[in-house]
Ligand binder design. Structure first.
Ligand SMILES: Nc1ncnc2c1ncn2[C@@H]1O[C@H](COP(=O)(O)OP(=O)(O)O)[C@@H](O)[C@H]1O
Ligand SMILES: O=P(O)(O)OC[C@H](O)CO
Length: 493
């Protein structure tokens, strides 16, 4: 019997899950950790608390499973992406809190470079990304520019940079290994997508010394052995992938044209585009989906900031519901075609608009509008935003042939049915919606020889429910055009 331990280090919580050799989640431990918002638009995590949550959940899941660390064949790490940590190599102590992907503090710096059309095009071609505080490069620069002596220490080789995967590998191996994988590297704004190496021109542009950077490995590779004093055995770390890429892998979207959309706090839609990177002309991101045996497979990604978070706002902000799941019954009661649109631009709009100054709005209110209509409009906004991404992908010449969904909000049947309606396409929900951890477990299992190949994994994907479109094209177009008009009214850029 083989066991795989997957660590899923997310934005608000850490999970450790033990999977069987058939990809079944057997035991789970989860721990939330604090978020810090020290200034308007700033979001920080304490890397030490993240590390403790990883240790705690790994120890807890082992203890409650009755499986000893010696019986764990392999370990995989999947993580919130872009979040930036810099630490001292000799003490392993971070020199500043982790700057989280949502943090907007470098917006003025990005703005100051935004007139440089040449740089913009260079970034698009080399990294597949765009100039935005979301990615790691400007966060690294901010730490080096603002922490006393940091730049000198970095230039002298005393500091290390990592996204969360890299920091965890460092800690788990007792400071022996400074690695990342190609999916995480491809989110830094410093990585050449085609050459698969750090780009010297971008290191210079963002004033990042090369000595800070980790070695970039395949997503299934040898990332070192866990220090046996931590979990009780030297478990090999054999897979690393950013969480959205891991979800694509867990959904077994191995063929060009297969897409997944994850509905958690935000929504991340990712389409496998095969072995050649496809640059978007519609502000989608080009990214590494996974890299195996030195060969990258690429993806097109659309990132939406508010999906489940809109439901949280309906619950905590407006107090219209007490539990996220109540939204489903309420939405069913809403009058049809009521003309109410909720644009959840609470922190601006993500793909394909990238408008940081847009703000939220509810439009089309009448005397008949009640709680049900507002809740339904909140849920529908997630579907319309996915439609925006689908359209952008199509305009880039990449139509998804399948759409597989996962994440907490995908359990809402009303939302998934409306999603199929708005997209005019079938939406498939698998039995296991914990696809992020599953994806990295699959990668670790491939490296450890537990799974033979992609077809062994494909056969493990099982459908829970398919949603097929019921609206006519005219109805679909009318609803979507109402959404587009609502978005136009909140846009600033
Ligand atoms: N039945 C539901 N209907 C609508 N939203 C839901 C439902 N269940 C969970 N959610 C939303 O999904 C999110 C939780 O999903 P999860 O995948 O755990 O997110 P994350 O990993 O980003 O924390 C929450 O924002 C919650 O509001
Ligand atoms: O931690 P999540 O699931 O919200 O995912 C965060 C993304 O990786 C950010 O790019």
């Amino acid at each position: 019997m083989s066991f795989i331990l997957a660590i899923d280090q997310g934005t608000t919580s850490t999970r450790a899950i033990i999977f069987s050799s058939k990809g079944e989640p057997l035991h789970t431990a989860q721990q939330e950790f604090p978020q810090a918002f020290p200034c308007d638009g700033w979001v920080e995590h304490d890397p030490e608390q993240i590390w403790q949550s990883v240790l705690n959940t790994c120890r807890e899941v082992l203890a409650k499973s009755g499986i000893s660390a010696n019986q764990i064949n392999t370990l995989g790490i999947t993580n919130q992406r872009e979040t930036t940590v810099i630490w001292d190599k000799s003490t392993s102590v971070p020199i500043y809190p982790a700057i989280v992907w949502q943090d907007r503090r470098t917006a003025p710096y990005c703005e100051s470079l935004s007139q440089d059309a040449e740089l913009d095009e260079y970034l698009r071609q080399k990294t597949g990304l765009l100039l935005d505080p979301y990615f790691s490069a400007t966060k690294i620069k901010w730490i080096l520019d603002n922490v006393t002596d940091a730049r000198t220490r970095a230039e002298n080789g005393g500091l290390a940079f990592g996204t969360i995967d890299t920091y965890l590998i460092w800690k788990l191996t007792g400071g022996r290994c400074h690695y990342t994988d190609a999916t995480n590297a491809s989110r830094t704004l410093l990585f050449d997508l085609e050459k698969q190496q750090w780009d010297p021109h971008l290191l210079e542009t963002f004033s990042v010394p090369q000595t800070l950077l980790p070695e970039v490995k395949d997503s299934a590779d040898e990332f070192g052995l866990v220090d046996p004093t931590l979990l009780g055995a030297p478990i090999p770390i054999q897979a690393v992938a950013g969480d959205q890429q891991a979800a694509l892998f867990g959904q077994t979207c191995f063929e060009k044209g297969m897409a997944k959309s994850t509905y958690g706090t935000g929504c991340f839609m990712m389409l496998n585009t095969g072995e050649t990177p496809l640059r978007s002309n519609h502000k989608l991101l080009t990214t590494v989906a996974y890299r195996l045996n030195g060969q990258p497979t690429y993806a097109l990604e659309g990132s939406i900031f508010m999906a489940g978070a809109t439901v949280q706002w309906l619950r905590d902000g407006l107090q219209l519901i007490s539990h996220a799941s109540e939204s489903e019954a309420l939405a069913k009661k809403a009058s049809k075609n009521n003309g109410v649109f909720l644009v959840p631009a609470f922190t601006g709009l993500g793909a394909p608009y990238w408008d940081p100054d847009a703000r939220g709005a509810i439009m089309g209110l009448t005397r008949d509008t009640g709680i049900a209509e507002i809740v339904a409009a909140g849920l529908q906004s997630v579907c319309y935003q996915t439609k925006d991404l689908q359209k952008a992908m199509e305009s880039d010449g990449a139509r998804p042939i399948t759409l597989r969904v996962d994440g907490g909000m995908s359990n809402n049947d009303w939302v998934m049915a409306y999603l199929a309606d708005v997209l005019g396409a079938q939406v498939d929900r698998p039995k296991i919606t914990e696809t992020t951890a599953l994806g990295v477990a699959y990668l670790a299992g491939l490296q450890a020889g537990i799974f033979e190949n992609f077809s062994a994994l494909t056969s493990l994907w099982k459908i829970d429910k398919s949603f097929t479109p019921k609206l006519t094209k005219a109805e679909r177009d009318a609803a979507y055009s109402g959404w587009c008009q609502a978005v136009e009214r909140v846009r600033q850029h």
